[in-house]
Design a binder for this molecule. Structure first.
Ligand code: ZN
Length: 206
């Protein structure tokens, strides 16, 4: 993968250098901050926004992943790691641990990730446990994905059909590159494949 962000055209070196300048501005603002109760310096909020913006556009290297090959998704067959080919897959590893701790029975979890359970039934199985897991680290990651990738801010009975549709629309050749590179800003990704001990990817550019 190239060292230049496809989205911004900024090299990593430039991005880090610029982020350093912005960070210095915040440190300067913080050290000269007035005592509690006084108005916040006008430049501080702007500097924080600038840091957030530059962090967002900085490409990064993901050093540990267990991504399956894209073809295993686009030519899906049921397997232990990919029990279904619908939105419930988002709630498997690692959020499945939180769901089980929150009280979802092993039987209900099996039905939830089964390929032949309807979308509405999957939501009925998830709904009682969702409030207990949506704020955990794993839950927040799933919510962020649902919001950023599928445009759904809140998961409920009325948004599930949209999620089901949006999820299915994405699973087509090229979606790894779009999500990993264009949307997540990944420069490269070190995959510890669980499909085979030594495995060459068909997508070395992602
Ligand atoms: Zn791991």
């Amino acid at each position: 993968m190239k060292s230049r962000s496809a989205k911004s055209g900024v090299t990593r070196r430039q991005a880090f250098a610029s982020a350093g300048t912005a960070a210095a501005a915040v440190v300067a603002a913080a050290t000269s901050a007035p005592r509690a109760g006084a108005a916040e310096p006008a430049g501080r909020a702007a500097a924080l926004r600038e840091i957030a913006r530059r962090v967002q556009q900085t490409p990064f290297v993901d050093t540990h992943e267990h991504l399956v090959e894209e073809a295993s998704r686009t030519h899906w067959k049921p397997s232990g790691r990919l029990p279904c080919n619908d939105w419930a897959l988002l709630f498997t590893h690692y959020l499945d641990s939180d769901l089980k701790v929150a009280g979802m029975s092993a039987r209900d979890y099996s039905r939830f990730v089964a390929p032949d359970t309807s979308s509405a039934d999957k939501w009925r199985l998830l709904e009682p446990h969702w409030p207990a897991v949506k704020h955990t680290g794993y839950g927040r990651a799933v919510r962020l994905a649902i919001e950023r990738l599928y445009g759904i801010a809140d998961l409920n009975a009325s948004t599930i059909p949209r999620l089901a549709e949006a999820y299915a629309e994405r699973v087509k050749p090229g979606f790894y590159e779009k999500i990993l590179r264009d949307e997540a800003g990944l420069e490269s990704c070190q995959v510890n494949s669980l499909e085979a001990v030594f495995m060459e990817t068909a997508h070395p550019g992602c």
